[in-house]
Design a protein around this ligand. Structure first.
Ligand code: SIN
Length: 284
């Protein structure tokens, strides 16, 4: 298996993988090692079935079902459908998913470990996904700022994500009920690499616990801006049948609307379950 770096900060292509067949344990270990080193792994040219997508993903952990049942694939609930194509005759709830930087499941008590997004249809140009390296975001802060952040926790609330604007209010209420606000550390230590990563997400992080809104707003604005400095970013230009897997514990991603929205974009994602991190938020 060859591994080819795709950007300075993160992202590598792994070659010589065939997802139509079960992978040997050695191959899984090689992909996992590349994943831990490069945070985002791209595997191109995989013409696979939903069953094969699911089977490949299970090599990396247990799969979670997306908490929003409306976005699950009708026949394969492990698949979360991200598309601008109407589903069942109504506009897709996921047509504007991911417009803000985020880490999947950062608003849950058990945030998602990783995500594996597969492209079935992509527009002729654009429809990219961007990733940022949150280890780098942490490592490049001053020691004084790092020491402050290590003491802090933040409130993450699914109810504030901008994608909610494109979803029926009743469905947003269902989501927030299923995943009420949580308190998570602002810096998390990756359980596999032992490295520290900044862990605040512009789409859901509303406040630093214990600070006033004004104090918190300034600090979060700085952290959000710092996290997505150009030199921390890898931008993926999709081809049909790409599989891209990312580690939510040390990256954020976003999908800008950088394409003609009348052109179909149809992606399916599996999500690897993580381990408990924070606690429920009990304030108002
Ligand atoms: C997501 O945020 O999981 C979707 C990213 C994308 O559609 O490229």
């Amino acid at each position: 298996m060859k591994v080819k770096k795709l950007a300075y900060a993160l992202g590598a292509e792994v070659l010589d993988v065939d997802m139509t067949r079960p992978l040997a344990a050695g191959a899984v270990a090689e992909i996992r090692a590349a994943w831990m080193e490069h945070l985002v792994v791209v595997i191109r040219g995989q013409d696979i079935t939903p069953e094969q997508h699911i089977a490949f993903s299970r090599n990396f952990g247990e799969l979670e079902l997306h908490h929003n049942k409306y976005n699950r694939h009708a026949d394969f609930p492990e698949l979360y459908v991200v598309t601008n194509k109407p589903l069942d005759g109504r506009p897709s709830d996921t047509r504007n998913v991911g417009r803000q930087w985020h880490s999947d499941g950062a608003y849950k008590l058990v945030p998602s470990l990783g995500s594996l997004l597969y492209s079935r249809e992509i527009p002729p140009v654009g429809g990219d996904t961007l990733f940022t390296n949150m280890y780098m975001a942490y490592d490049t802060l001053s020691p004084a700022m790092q020491a402050v952040l290590l003491q802090l926790s933040a409130i993450n609330d699914r109810g504030v994500a901008t994608n909610n604007e494109h979803v029926d209010a009743s469905r947003v209420a269902e989501r927030v009920k299923a995943a009420p606000p949580v308190v998570n550390p602002v810096v998390r230590t990756h359980p596999e690499t032992g490295r520290k990563a900044l862990y605040v997400s512009p789409n859901v992080t509303t406040c630093i616990e214990g600070m006033t809104r004004a104090e918190s707003r300034s600090l979060l604005a700085f952290l959000f801006e710092h996290s997505v400095r150009q030199e921390f970013i890898f931008r993926h230009h999709w081809q049909v049948h790409d599989m891209v897997m990312w580690d939510n514990r040390c990256t954020m991603h976003m999908a800008p609307a950088d394409y003609d929205l009348t052109q179909p974009r149809y992606m399916v994602r599996t999500t690897i379950a993580g381990t408990p991190l924070g606690r429920l938020y009990e304030g108002k």
